[in-house]
Ligand binder design. Structure first.
Ligand code: SF4
Length: 231
């Protein structure tokens, strides 16, 4: 999805992001706009998104331009916005502004059925102890919380490890996510996106899936010079 936005608009607050893609179907229900925030200090062993750790990486995008992308996604019938990372709560003021803009856009488009889902590596008690984090998540309909723990695999949808919790925060979040709180994946829900230089894996892999993808690609003569899930 193009995030170039409308030329000439004055830049407001920016969010440093790693990527913005749509439609994403592997991180929440339906067709979604996926936004990966750049910068994460949590360094979970086994993280598949190590390229999002560096807080100086990625690119800074004005929130207004991200809101433009969300407006176009809504017009295209998308079901929701997923903010992942990286660690979104490392940029709490920009996250709050993004969610406020996303909420305004869905109301303006009469699309209040479109939900806002945020992934964070912060634990619930860490969020509860941080007024900034609470304020940033005020308009999120649901959150997935907790560090990724490679030693605690799970088949629960949209979670990488068994300790992570999917928590609805609003009535829309309840309606959208109640059926998925304990739902286990019966098939892979990964998306694989191929560009001229990269193979992107979107979603939360089941144990062994990345290794099996690598083996499958190697059997077809495709090997990685580097990847984001190994140091
Ligand atoms: S799994 Fe998430 S929280 Fe953990 S290091 Fe990776 S991006 Fe950060």
């Amino acid at each position: 999805m193009d995030v170039t936005g409308e030329a000439g608009r004055p830049a407001g607050r920016t969010l440093r992001i790693a990527d913005l893609l749509g439609p994403v179907t592997a991180l929440g229900p339906g067709r979604r706009l996926g936004l990966w925030v750049q910068g994460c200090p949590l360094a979970c062993p086994g993280c598949m998104s190590r390229h999002t750790w560096d807080p100086r990486g990625g690119r800074e995008i004005p929130v207004e331009r991200l809101a433009d992308a969300w407006r176009r996604a809504l017009a295209d019938g998308y079901d929701g916005l997923t903010v992942s990372g990286g660690e979104p709560l490392e940029q709490p003021a920009a996250l709050a502004e993004l969610l406020a803009a996303a909420d305004r856009e869905r109301r303006a488009a009469d699309r209040t059925d479109a939900d806002l889902l945020v992934y964070t590596g912060r634990e619930e008690d860490e969020i509860a102890a941080s007024p900034e984090a609470w304020a940033a998540l005020e308009l999120a309909d649901a959150v997935v919380t907790g560090r990724y723990r490679a030693g605690e695999p799970t088949r629960l949808v949209w979670r990488g490890s068994a300790n992570q919790r999917l928590v609805p925060l609003t009535p829309l979040g309840q309606r959208r996510y109640a059926a998925h709180l304990r739902r286990e994946a019966d098939h892979t829900e990964l998306q694989v996106r191929v560009t001229d230089t990269d193979i992107q894996v979107i979603g939360v892999p089941q144990p062994g899936e990345l290794a099996s993808l690598e083996r499958e690609l190697a059997s077809r003569g495709v090997t990685f010079r580097e990847n984001t899930w190994r140091p």
